[in-house]
Design a protein around this ligand. Structure first.
Ligand code: ADP
Length: 433
């Protein structure tokens, strides 16, 4: 009726035992002595059970507990049940851990698990090969004690892990690694390292290929252009080939300008860091740009120039001029004759802003984010018609990134566009007194 281990049952057994002792005491006429003897025997029995439990817990190797009796049966069985549950949980956790490790070992990248103090908790085999870690000896070591590179230490110190870090492998200087750190589990970090040597090599090959091909195309195109010009000048007005010659000349001109732009783009891309010690005389540069713009406009547009006094910047003149002139020539090419174009160079709160505002055809919003991609054109037919290569804004983007700046585009289809960029305060040169 009652649960075998219920308190009520245990209590009723105790009462029964004491009553039997009392009865025996009454029979023999020594109630107190018999009660004392009964209590002593009960204590001795409990003590023996305790000793058996102690022996089983600490010395016995058997998994099953000794057979308990009376109130101790519940205690022994309870402990056994708890142990069974723990064993099951441990084996589940071990299975989970094994699967996680197998997964991490199967990754094509090096993976290192770090605690919140950047100590190594675990790493896979590739981490040992690529980062030179030794497992399990490096367990608990701080990761920057083992991957010793100033860039890595300052990357960890800054704590901004959104951008990956490129680092030569600690094992071989020739290999380039891309490291990423991400929050993981309970205040832990996961360090993933990927070998990007091949990707960088291929990128370099691509750049070299484009630069070499463009360079090699330059001479034949100049020869072609020269002969075409000569043939055109020699042909008389009624010559049936005149139209074909003019078209050929136009197309070689296009090819020449595309080659020039490709060369300019690879030159700007190659210049990893520009010398920011150089000061660009902006007034002189803007005067050249103004003459160029007027020549391109040939009086067909209303050009306005708004330049603040002397406002020079630290940077590369060729790159800045290329960026500005691309923006100006775009404004002219994508605005119908008669439109207005305002070119300004002004001091603003964050530095100095160059902007070109036109009343041209504008750009639908879905294209704006992709304009600086190579060969991206909103309307290829129009771009081709106006002599565009789709490389102009890619050049602008690269040139500006060298000057810690980026291109801002505001545009409304049919109403016009504003292309601008801000050269930050720290690149402004102090004007001479
Ligand atoms: P492209 O040589 O074709 O002009 P760009 O890289 O200079 O190449 O420009 C990319 C595209 O951006 C152009 O094809 C054109 O569609 C669009 N674009 C650039 N500037 C303007 C502008 N001022 N107004 C309208 N569209 C523009």
């Amino acid at each position: 009726m009652f649960d075998a281990y219920s308190g009520y049952r245990l209590f009723s057994r105790l009462v029964l035992y004491l009553l039997s002792c009392l009865l025996l005491g009454l029979v023999f006429g020594h109630v107190l002595e018999v009660l004392c003897l009964g209590a002593f025997l009960m204590l001795a029995w409990h003590y023996r059970q305790l000793m058996r439990l102690n022996y089983w817990l600490w010395k016995d190797r058997r998994l099953t507990p000794p057979q308990g009796s009376g109130s101790w049966e519940g205690v022994f069985n309870g402990i056994y049940r708890l142990q069974g549950k723990n064993r099951k949980r441990i084996s589940q956790l071990a299975g989970l851990l094994g699967r996680f490790r197998q997964g991490a070992e199967a990754l094509p990248d090096a993976a290192v698990v770090l605690d919140s103090s950047l100590n190594i908790l675990w790493c896979n085999k590739l981490a040992q090969l690529m980062l030179g870690l030794v497992w399990p000896q490096d367990n608990g070591q701080r990761v920057d004690n083992l991957i010793r590179h100033p860039d890595f230490s300052s990357y960890l110190k800054k704590g901004h892990f959104q951008e990956p870090l490129e680092l030569p492998s600690p094992v071989s200087e020739k290999r380039l690694l891309e490291l990423r750190l991400m929050a993981y589990g309970d205040r832990q970090l996961l360090l993933i390292a990927r070998d990007i040597t091949r990707v960088r090599q291929l990128e370099g090959m691509r750049k070299d290929f484009v630069a070499n091909v463009s360079h090699e195309l330059k001479t034949p195109l100049t020869v072609l252009q020269g002969y075409l010009e000569m043939m055109e000048s020699m042909a008389d007005a009624k010559d049936p080939n005149l139209k074909a010659l003019q078209l050929m000349q136009q197309q070689t001109g296009r090819m020449q300008s595309m080659v020039e732009q490709l060369l300019m783009l690879s030159r700007i891309e190659d210049a990893a860091e520009i010398n920011l010690e150089n000061v660009v005389d902006m007034n002189k540069m803007l005067a050249v740009l103004r003459t160029e713009a007027e020549a391109l406009s040939r009086g067909r547009y209303q050009l306005t120039f708004e330049f603040d006094g002397q406002l020079d910047v630290h940077g590369n003149e060729l790159q800045l001029r290329s960026a500005c002139s691309n923006l100006i020539s775009n404004a002219i090419r994508y605005t119908e004759p008669g439109g207005t174009i305002v070119i300004s160079w002004k001091k603003v709160a964050t530095g100095a802003m160059f902007s070109v505002k036109d009343s041209g055809i504008g750009i639908p919003p879905q294209h704006i984010a992709r304009l600086t991609e190579r060969f991206y054109r909103v309307d290829s037919a129009r771009s081709r018609q106006t002599g565009g290569s789709g490389l102009g804004l890619a050049i602008v983007k690269h040139a500006l990134s060298h000057h810690h700046s980026e291109l801002l585009v505001m545009s409304e289809p049919g109403k016009g566009s504003t292309f601008s960029f801000v050269i930050p305060q720290h690149l402004l040169a102090l004007s001479p007194k």
